[in-house]
Design a protein around this ligand. Structure first.
Ligand code: FES
Length: 287
C-alpha cells in the first residue's frame, strides 16, 4: 500500500524570509524599466532611429527583465527543516519528495501580477516592430498577374503583335498592354516550326504561336534564351531547360514544373490577346 509522505512529515522549524521592500522595489523598478526599454525599441526601430539607441534599449530591456525575474524568486521559499519517517529500504517511494514546500503566496501576489503584466508589455514591445515590418499580407497578388481576358500582347515598345509578326522559329519578349515591365507578367512568345503537342493546351495556340511565362519555375530567373536547333527554352541561372513544343515541360536541370502557358487568342483586329490569366502558378512554387 502506498505511503503518504505528508502524513509522516514532521516539521521541526519553518522560517519565512522577511518581506524585503528593497527586493520588491527592485522587482517593480527593473520590470518597469524593461517595459520602458521595450517602448523605446518599439518606437525607435520603425522610425529609423540610430542603431545604438534601439539596440541599447533592447539589450538593456532584456537585462532588466532578467533581473526582475531573478529578484522575484529571491526569498520566495520558506526555510523549512523537517523529517519524514520511512521504512528503509523503501524502493517504491524512493523518488517521492521528502516534503512539499510551497512558495510564499499572498505577499507576492502583487509582484506576480506586476511581473506578468510587464512581461506581456515587454514581449509586445519587442515583437511589434519585426511584425509590423512584415508589411501588408500579399493576399492573392502572388497568384495573379496582369493578364486578363482581352489584354493585348505588346512588345517592349508597346506595339501590339499579330502571329505573322513572328518569323517561323522566332521568339519575342512580350508584356501585357497595360503592364509593360511587370516581370511576373512577362511572357515568351514563340512561333514553332512544327505544331506543338500535349501537354501543350492546343486551344491556347494560334498559328503555331504559343506563349509561356518567362519566370523560371525553379528560382524565378528570366528564361531568356531559346535554342532553335534543339527547340529548347533555357534558363541561364541553373541551366533548366524546357520544351516549348510540349507545354514547356522541364527536360533538364533543377526546375520541376513546366512554364505556365498563357491562354492565347485573337481580337477582332487580328492582334494576339490573352484569353485569361495563367492557369498555373507563375515562378517558384510557394504553396
Ligand atoms: S532559376 Fe532557372 S534554373 Fe534556377
Amino acid at each position: 500500500m502506498k505511503q503518504d509522505p505528508k502524513a509522516e512529515l514532521r516539521v521541526i522549524s519553518r522560517t519565512e524570509p522577511p518581506a524585503s521592500k528593497l527586493n520588491d522595489s527592485i522587482v517593480v523598478l527593473t520590470a518597469g524599466g524593461a517595459v520602458l526599454c521595450a517602448l523605446v525599441f518599439a518606437v525607435a526601430l520603425p522610425l529609423g532611429g540610430p542603431l545604438p539607441l534601439y539596440g541599447g534599449a533592447l539589450s538593456l530591456g532584456l537585462l532588466l527583465f532578467g533581473v526582475a525575474i531573478r529578484r522575484y524568486f529571491t526569498d520566495r521559499f520558506p526555510d523549512i527543516e523537517a523529517i519524514e519517517l520511512r521504512e528503509i529500504p523503501d524502493p517504491d517511494h524512493a523518488d517521492e519528495p521528502l516534503s512539499d514546500v510551497e512558495a510564499l503566496g499572498p505577499r507576492r501576489s502583487f509582484l506576480k501580477r506586476a511581473l506578468i503584466a510587464s512581461g506581456a508589455l515587454f514581449g509586445i514591445g519587442i515583437a511589434a516592430p519585426p511584425i509590423a515590418s512584415l508589411g501588408p499580407a500579399p493576399g492573392g497578388t502572388l497568384l495573379r498577374t496582369a493578364w486578363r481576358p482581352g489584354v493585348r500582347l505588346v512588345t517592349n515598345e508597346g506595339l501590339p503583335v499579330q502571329p505573322d509578326d513572328l518569323a517561323m522559329g522566332g521568339i519575342a519578349s512580350i508584356w501585357p498592354q497595360d503592364a509593360i515591365g511587370q516581370e511576373r507578367s512577362s511572357v515568351l512568345l514563340l512561333r514553332l516550326t512544327t505544331p506543338p503537342v500535349a501537354p501543350t493546351n492546343l486551344d491556347w495556340v494560334v498559328d503555331n504561336v504559343v506563349a509561356y511565362s518567362k519566370v523560371c519555375t525553379h528560382a524565378g530567373c528570366p528564361v531568356a534564351l531559346y535554342r532553335e536547333q534543339d527547340n529548347a527554352l533555357f534558363c541561364p541561372c541553373h541551366q533548366s531547360t524546357f520544351d516549348p513544343s510540349r507545354g514547356a515541360v522541364p527536360t533538364f536541370g533543377p526546375a520541376a514544373r513546366a512554364l505556365p502557358q498563357l491562354p492565347l487568342g485573337l481580337d477582332d483586329q487580328g492582334y494576339l490577346v490573352a484569353l485569361d490569366d495563367f492557369q498555373a502558378q507563375v515562378g517558384p512554387a510557394f504553396d
